[in-house]
Design a protein around this ligand. Structure first.
Ligand code: N01
Length: 852
């Protein structure tokens, strides 16, 4: 083969690849259509083009000598300065000799026999290589403007992403700019300085904050100079690739003066990651997001004099941060200049470009020049624009017809020895690109080096690993507000492009950890082949829901005591403390307290929906291993269930162990359900429409009550129930530790509740009932990472086998406790929605609405 590695693209990625590969002794050739190095900084030469990550951070970290000899002149360097930096890097390490400029790779085909790639270049050459690395960037393929008449205009036409090398002079000209993304927002103020008239055609207003460009932030420079290594390490292990302390201030919970202070500080800082870090929950909680959004709108209104123009510039159709926010210099103030005008395309859309200008639905405009700042076919565009054929001739374009699927954003099945630098499903555009580029290049080079050492010459991800990573990406995306926006992040700017979140939103730090882990675990999820044999350590790298892992990590960091090491009194006090600081759950119509009149009366709280009653009634039993909790300990979950199901929820307390051992709690549950069924009318609910529900040990009591109450019940909702005393099922082994409910804690619960000989009594282990026939329809929810998973599964199966209608919801990536963490674990909300909808369908008075 001609080369070990061929790379497309001579930007930040391609240059660093050459540097690393050469040092490892691999032969490498880079092709780039441009006539020199620079990548995005070669093409985007429009006035005002600069980076919007502080330049100290937006630079290579691989060589301390390079870091020391280069000094940036500004906080945000201009395009010429960044291009000069990349030129300097190319010179310093003599990189150009491995680059063929003015040449594009037009096609790439995997040759199974050769175990390598055959590439065809725009120069007509065929080049062969073992590994093909696409370092083509995320935003390198300009989108052809989807506007009628685009080719008709007779005046000057410019595209921000393909700007001429010579200076463009707009002096005295009538200029149109179409597009108000980062490129438009950067060039508009500078074009306005020269043009006689500037008309900005805006389809979607964008959030932008002042960059306050100037000398580099002295604090950052000092921190960097004091300990470069520590600074770079902090960046590598940060959320976005810039060292910044993530806040824990919750927007909706913070007092007004705290909100304002945090926002003002971020605004004055002029940094993207500051304004994205005003509140911890601003990208997941619409209400918190709106707080930040509105404070930005207030700023826009205070800058722009004409109220109508100001309002048109205020973004209202997407949450802040879900379209790429911008940093600007005098962008909004530019609209106060008498010769600058904003045309709101939402009100008067462009009809066509004409020979002399632009016709909108309302007006005819004449121009000397039109500037298109209309964006890119991002992320996948540059990759699929090359005809890449993998094994069996499948093209990447076809494989990704429904959206990209990758393993770690680095590789994709069916395309052996093909790597992407900052590909889709990697943090890429959500991060400081240089940090992500270095991480990817390092990972690829380390992999190549490991393979050579171990005698492998091909690497390819497995379908299982790819599916798992793809799902993890979607899981991460779905807990954010991103899916709400028509952004290029979601592919929405290109007609017909699949709508998914293209970059990985889980964070640079977590992403790096996943990549490192895959390597450390013997290339988990990859198949390696070669003269050294074959190795495939198949598996899925991230299986927990992302917010569940966050909660588990936070709990681990708190070093909480294991409950089973405490006395019941201490454990109860601990649970009360935890309950006091959790979100309260949604507001319900009303709440009232009362007593179930038994020999030992049982307290209850009745939650009623906001809708007019009467409602069906759900008798609910709380979790807590028969030892902990009360009728109000699952309050957020009860409120959530009440709101979602539109049923009244009667949360009844019961006698707890060890003071009251088995069968006290079970007897209370049975008696409470009988009482509720008999008193449905007095409780203001629909007679004959009663169901039972419970979580964990409460699920145990609900299942027991469904078997023993002897009153007609519409259904039973069992959430992660304890249904058996057998600890030998695999889920006890797999999830013995690390997921809050541990095996040791379950032992502690059972020991307090019930003597071993009684545990097999169906009143304690309802799975052991002689017959389950004739029981009310069941909704059984089990969680993947729960010691009780398998017994819950077994109960669902046994009920179904006995002819009971069962809806079995398996909560993927969840733990025993995550499904009830209302407003904390966002990914649990869809499971609760499904659960509530299944419950509703069991009540005749609600079923039609559920169906609707
Ligand atoms: O492109 P964009 P960009 N008719 O897609 C509008 C990075 N970057 O080149 O939003 C009318 O953001 C479109 O409107 P809408 C950065 O990551 C970084 O500005 O689709 N208008 C939008 O307003 C950035 O996000 C820097 O309704 C049309 C604009 O054109 C990414 O590159 C600088 C239209 C396109 O905005 C892309 O930015 C520059 C039509 N038919 C870029 N089609 C830095 O500062 C599109 N639009 C580092």
């Amino acid at each position: 083969m001609d080369f070990d590695v061929v790379t497309a693209g001579a930007g930040f990625s391609g240059l660093y690849l050459i540097y690393r590969l050469r040092r490892l002794g691999f032969s490498v050739r880079v092709f780039d259509e441009a006539l020199d190095v620079g990548g995005t900084w070669y093409w985007n030469r429009y006035p005002g083009a600069r980076c919007d990550i502080p330049t100290t951070d937006y630079s290579y970290s691989f060589d301390p000598e390079l870091e020391k000899e280069w000094t940036w002149s500004e906080k945000y360097a201009t395009q010429p300065e960044i291009l000069a930096y990349l030129g300097h890097v190319a010179d310093k390490y003599d990189l150009r000799r491995d680059i063929q400029f003015g040449t594009k790779i037009e096609s790439a085909a995997w040759d199974e026999e050769m175990r390598g790639w055959r590439l065809r270049t725009s120069a007509g050459d065929e080049v062969t290589c073992r590994f093909y690395v696409a370092a083509t960037g995320c935003l390198s393929l300009p989108k052809k403007p989807d506007i009628e008449g685009v080719d008709r205009f007779g005046g000057e036409v410019y595209f921000t992403g393909r700007w001429p090398h010579e200076k463009v002079d707009f002096t005295g000209k009538r200029v149109a700019v179409i597009g108000t993304g980062s490129s438009g927002i950067q060039c508009i103020p500078l074009i306005a300085r020269e043009a006689a008239q500037l008309t900005v055609f805006q389809r979607t207003p964008n959030f932008s904050c002042p960059a306050w460009n100037g000398p580099e932030d002295p604090e950052r420079v000092a921190r960097f100079a004091a300990d470069r290594d520590a600074y770079r390490q902090a960046a590598r292990w940060s959320r976005g690739g810039v060292p910044i302390e993530p806040t824990d201030v919750i927007g909706t919970a913070a007092p007004e003066e705290v909100r304002r202070r945090r926002f003002e500080e971020a605004w004055q800082k002029g940094e993207l990651f500051a304004i994205l870090n005003v509140f911890a929950d601003q990208l997941v909680n619409p209400a918190s997001n709106e707080l930040v959004s509105e404070m930005i709108r207030e700023k826009i209104r205070s800058i722009v004099h004409d109220p109508e123009t100001a309002e048109a510039l205020c973004p209202k159709d997407h949450p802040f941060g879900t379209k790429r926010p911008c940093l600007d210099t005098d962008y909004f103030a530019t609209f106060n200049l008498p010769h600058v005008r904003l045309v709101d395309l939402r009100k008067t859309p462009i009809k066509t470009i004409t020979e002399t200008g632009i016709d909108t639905a309302a007006e005819t405009f004449e121009f000397d020049a039109i500037v298109y700042a209309t964006g890119f076919d991002a992320m996948t565009g540059p990759l699929v624009s090359v005809d890449i054929k993998g094994r069996d001739g499948i093209t990447l374009k076809d494989k990704w017809a429904e959206g990209p699927a990758t393993y770690l954003g680095l590789t994709t099945t069916g395309f052996p020895n093909f790597f992407m630098v900052t590909g889709p499903e990697s943090p890429s555009v959500f991060s400081n690109m240089v940090v992500s580029i270095e991480q990817h290049v390092d990972w690829i080079c380390d992999a190549l080096d490991d393979m050579r050492r171990d005698g492998y010459d091909t690497i390819e991800p497995t379908p299982l690993a790819e599916e798992g990573w793809h799902r993890h990406n979607a899981d991460c995306a779905n807990i954010t507000l991103h899916p709400l926006a028509n952004s290029w992040y979601m592919g929405a700017n290109v007609p017909g492009k699949p709508r998914v979140l293209y970059p990985y939103i889980g964070g640079v730090d977590r992403y790096r950890a996943a990549c490192d882990e895959a390597r450390a675990r013997g290339y988990l999820g990859f198949k390696l082949t070669g003269p050294g044999g074959e190795r495939c350590n198949d598996g899925v790298i991230r299986r927990l829901q992302p917010d569940v892992s966050l909660v588990l990590e936070a709990m681990e960091a708190m070093n909480l005591p294991a409950l089973e090491t405490l006395s019941p009194a201490e454990a109860r006090a601990f649970m009360d403390q935890s309950a006091a600081i959790r979100p309260p759950g949604p507001a319900v119509g009303s709440e009232e307290d009362g007593l179930v009149p038994l020999d030992v009366p049982l307290e209850y709280r009745l939650y009623r929906p906001e809708s007019p009653g009467p409602h069906p009634l759900v008798v609910y039993f709380h979790g807590g291993g028969w030892v902990l909790g009360s009728h109000v300990s699952d309050e957020p979950f009860c409120r959530d269930l009440c709101t979602r199901s539109d049923a009244a929820v009667l949360s009844v307390n019961y006698r707890h162990a060890p003071e009251w051992r088995f069968p006290a709690a079970a007897e209370d549950a049975v008696a409470a359900v009988r009482w509720a069924a008999d008193n449905a009318v007095e409780l203001g609910t629909v007679p004959g429409e009663v169901a039972v529900a419970g979580w964990s040990a409460g699920g145990n009591l609900a299942a027991v009550a469904a078997q023993r109450a002897g009153v007609p019940l519409r259904g039973q909702l069992l959430l992660c129930p304890v249904v058996d005393c057998d600890f030998s099922r695999p889920s006890y082994e797999e999830n013995a530790e690390g997921y809050v409910l541990t095996r040791a804690l379950m032992e502690w619960f059972w020991d307090h509740y019930c003597d071993p000989p009684s545990r097999t009594d169906p009143l304690a282990s309802p799975l052991r009932a002689a017959s389950l026939e004739g029981l009310p329809p069941a909704v059984v929810v089990t969680a993947e990472f729960d010691p009780l998973r398998d017994e819950g599964d077994a109960y669902a199966a046994a009920l179904a086998a006995a002819g009971v209608p069962v809806t079995h919801l398996r909560a993927r990536g969840h733990t025993h406790t995550s499904l009830t963490m209302v407003d904390v674990v966002i990914s649990s909300a869809p499971v609760r929605a499904e659960m509530a909808s299944a419950l509703r369908s069991l009540f005749p008075s609600l079923a039609p609405a559920a169906a609707a």
